[in-house]
Write a protein that binds this ligand. Structure first.
Ligand code: NAD
Ligand code: UFG
Length: 338
């Protein structure tokens, strides 16, 4: 039996493929390489001594999915493939709905046809919209998303919930990630954003390496301890182990689950800068600028359901997240292109 990982060449996908191979699972990847390169998986092989089967194909391509399901004995699907840039989704809503929503529908149909009934879906804390309270538990209201990316995640969750009622033999887990950061400790795989990064940690690390001049801190007048935005940063290897735990516990509980993957601890932008400065032994040049439209003051998880349902907790500290990010950045100043 093999695990099919869609989007497995990407940032979170490649770290999860590594964790699956390390524990002895067979892995098949489908990725159109629209936001990644084969190099990530070549490095996974270098680190594990094992080779995942890679199909360079699109999840919108029914034929490609049919072929994969007929050639391999797939037991479970971990579905990372999708587009993830909030700003781009506002400019290109149709692309986002097509890739993220239609892509998932096509995948589900092919799973149904092939009799594969276990799915883990990459959801996001973005489904909570503007948090009604923190920490955010799964009981909190979802909705009120402010961009097509967030709405696409919300839509897919709803589709999966409805689908699970119609197909009770399916086991579906939506994992709502908080803010994934960090890299494998070897410094061989990590996050390789296209162009100027939108997210805080890749931006800080490119300032540290000298590719970018100055970090803009988006607002210091939020109702938070130091006035800057607070988030729940989680090491990508903890996220990877969360997927393994979700596979192991799929048969327990209800056919549809939505579970937060976070640390349960919030850190501010200034906390992140300080932690990165310590890890990289360098000063991060930053300036305070206006708030970024759409940002919320605080977003961090109540992660008790993951512990209860999956026996999983995040174990890596903020210092480890920053150390591993820096190790990846300094050894690969141009990402996988270096
Ligand atoms: P990523 O862009 O590094 O990985 C996504 C992968 O999917 C890429 O390798 C890309 O080439 C591939 N892909 C995209 N569209 C495809 C398609 N139609 N067919 C086949 N392959 C396709 O992103 P990531 O950070 O690893 O995120 C993985 C998943 O987790 C995404 O669904 C994302 O929305 C979700 N997520 C990410 C974050 C985050 O901050 N990184 C937070 C919450 C949720
Ligand atoms: N920030 C800055 N300067 C920057 C970038 C970010 O000050 O250059 C601040 C933001 O204002 C925010 C914090 O750093 O307070 C984190 O911002 P990110 O862009 O790194 O992350 P977000 O919390 O905005 O969004 C992330 C993902 C989304 C996902 C969301 C919830 O990018 O895809 O987490 O999971 F939906």
């Amino acid at each position: 039996m093999a695990i099919l990982v869609t989007g497995g060449a990407g940032y979170i996908g490649s770290h999860t493929v590594l964790a699956l191979l390390e524990r002895g699972d067979d892995v098949v990847v489908i990725d159109n390489l629209s936001n990644s390169s084969k190099t990530s998986l070549e490095r996974v092989t270098e680190l594990t001594g094992k080779v995942p089967t890679l199909y360079v194909a699109d999840i919108l391509d029914k034929q490609a999915l049919k072929e994969i399901f007929s050639k391999h004995n797939i037991s479970d699907v971990i579905h990372f493939a999708g587009l993830k840039s909030v700003g781009e989704s506002v400019r290109k809503p149709l692309e986002y709905y097509e890739n993220n929503v239609v892509g998932t529908l096509i995948l589900l149909n092919e799973m149904l046809r092939a009799g594969v009934n276990s799915l883990i879906f990459s959801s996001s804390a973005t489904v909570y919209g503007n948090p009604e309270k923190v920490p955010l538990s799964e009981e909190c209201q979802v909705g009120g998303t402010t961009n097509p990316y967030g709405t696409s995640k919300l839509m897919v969750e709803q589709i999966l919930r409805d689908f699970s009622h119609a197909q009770p033999e399916f086991r579906i887990t939506c994992l709502r990630y908080f803010n994934p950061v960090g890299a494998h400790a070897s410094g061989r795989i990590g996050e390789d954003p296209n162009g100027i990064p939108n997210n805080l940690v890749p931006y800080i690390s490119q300032v540290a390496i000298g590719k970018l001049e100055c970090l803009s801190v988006f607002g210091n007048d939020y109702p938070t301890p130091d006035g800057t935005g607070v988030r729940d940063y989680i090491h990508v290897l903890d996220l990877a182990s969360g997927h393994l735990a979700a596979l192991d516990h799929k048969a327990e509980g209800s056919p549809f689950k939505a579970i937060n993957l976070g640390t349960g601890v919030g850190y501010s932008v200034l906390d992140l800068i300080k932690a990165f400065e310590k890890a990289a032994q360098t000063k991060i040049n930053y300036q305070i600028v206006a708030r970024r439209p759409g940002d919320v003051a605080e977003c961090w998880s109540d992660s008790s359901l993951a512990k209860q349902e999956l026996g999983w907790i995040a174990t890596r500290s903020l210092d480890e997240m920053m150390r591993d990010t820096w190790n990846w950045q300094k050894n690969n100043p141009n990402g996988f292109g270096s």
